[in-house]
Design a protein around this ligand. Structure first.
Ligand SMILES: NC(=O)C1=CN([C@@H]2O[C@H](COP(=O)(O)OP(=O)(O)OC[C@H]3O[C@@H](n4cnc5c(N)ncnc54)[C@H](O)[C@@H]3O)[C@@H](O)[C@H]2O)C=CC1
Ligand SMILES: O=C(CO)COP(=O)(O)O
Length: 329
């Protein structure tokens, strides 16, 4: 056990549980906060979080609590793993419970629907921005929880801080690559979710593998254009938290965003599907693009399908009917 470190993981869903299991297994004291008492009781009684991470045994050293302040007490590093739309609601308690200087690492991938803020902007209103970091990249919770090899990006405004956090969170199987491009890492993580819905729609509508490759590639063009307009560095968007995560999330039904698109494309019932952050980010991402004069037809189309103003059939027709242009304008 690393005596000096106590990691508090805020959020007992799939990703929070996976990261907590990873860190506990690496010998770091780790406490998982879940607001849902049944989750905490199940972890204590069975060693599993069947609701969110079925079939994966959690390390015995992982403790879980419904007490937010208890989880944060004495923490030397905090991972925040609640969905983007819930972040503002916990920001005050998080700021009150976290000692100054303790890194707060945001692990959600999304944009606040009403405001267009990314996770770090939401928390920067309450916490010292110097303490904020972001973890993002191609990493399915079940893969990480099983100890399969994974590489992610860890961003903090101060690169030395990012190096330090990457070192403290990395394990034999989980590699954190440091950067100071916080905006780039957040933009890649949020936008790829919207594009994965598009890839799922293409698959669900039976449009074929060639169309699937086209949507991922042209989607990446949009991710780069909008990401750069938001302030991201191009190389960040080419990296793990941009292209890397886009490729993973567009690759099949293990992704909840892809699965959501798949159901849309097939015309299936959407009720009961798991959290797909892209559903909440699509309209605001389209608006951010629009406000900046960025051409992002795939993102805009996903937003229109989700808000019911466009059918999948007419979306395909509209995208195919766009005027021909040069590939790299
Ligand atoms: N599941 C995955 O493979 C990965 C997920 N992410 C991101 O992590 C974030 C969380 O995703 P998951 O854990 O997978 O979702 P999930 O749906 O499995 O769990 C969400 C959890 O957040 C909790 N929660 C919601 N609002 C809360 C609040 N106000 N206070 C406390 N807890 C609250 C819920 O009770 C639930 O336990 C998302 O932004 C997602 O995009 C990132 C990388 C991988
Ligand atoms: O972000 C993820 C993998 O990096 C998880 O993607 P989904 O939320 O689409 O399952």
């Amino acid at each position: 056990m690393d005596e000096a470190e106590k990691i508090a993981v805020i959020g007992g869903g799939a990703w929070g549980t996976a990261l907590a299991a990873l860190e506990a297994r690496a010998g770091r004291e780790t406490v998982l906060y879940a607001r849902d008492a049944a989750t905490v009781e199940a972890i204590a009684a069975t060693g599993y979080n069947e609701r969110y991470l079925p079939g994966i045994a959690l390390p015995e050293t992982l403790s879980a609590t419904t007490d937010f302040a208890e989880a944060l007490a004495g923490a030397t590093l905090v991972l925040v793993v609640v969905p983007a739309q819930s972040l503002a609601g916990i920001a005050g308690d998080l700021a009150r419970g976290t000692a100054k200087g303790v890194p707060v690492v945001l692990c959600a991938k999304g944009i606040e629907r009403e405001t267009g803020r990314f996770a770090s902007d939401i928390l920067a209103a309450r916490l010292d921005p110097a303490d904020l970091a972001v973890l993002s990249g191609p990493s399915f919770a079940a893969d990480v929880a099983r100890g399969l090899p994974t590489a992610v990006t860890i961003a903090a405004a101060d690169e030395a801080r990012a190096d330090d956090i990457a070192r403290r969170l990395s394990t034999e199987t989980f590699r954190g690559y440091a950067t100071s491009d916080v905006v780039g890492v957040e933009a890649g993580g949020a936008l790829k979710n919207v594009l994965a819905i598009a890839a799922g729609i293409v698959a669900g509508a039976g449009l074929g593998a060639s169309a699937g490759a086209a949507i991922v590639t042209r989607g990446f063009v949009e991710l780069r254009r909008l990401g750069e307009a938001l302030g991201a560095r191009p190389e960040t968007l080419m990296g793990l938290s941009g292209l890397g995560d886009l490729v993973l999330t567009c690759s099949g039904a293990q992704s909840r965003n892809f699965s959501y698109g798949l159901a849309l494309g097939r015309g299936d019932d959407l009720a009961g599907l798991k959290l797909a952050e892209g559903v909440h980010s699509a309209a605001i991402a389209a608006r951010l693009a629009d406000e900046r004069g960025i051409d992002a037809p795939i993102i805009a189309t996903v937003a229109s399908i989700l808000d019911g103003t466009m059918s999948v059939d007419s979306a395909v027709r509209t995208l195919l009917a766009r005027p021909l242009k040069r590939e790299f304008d």
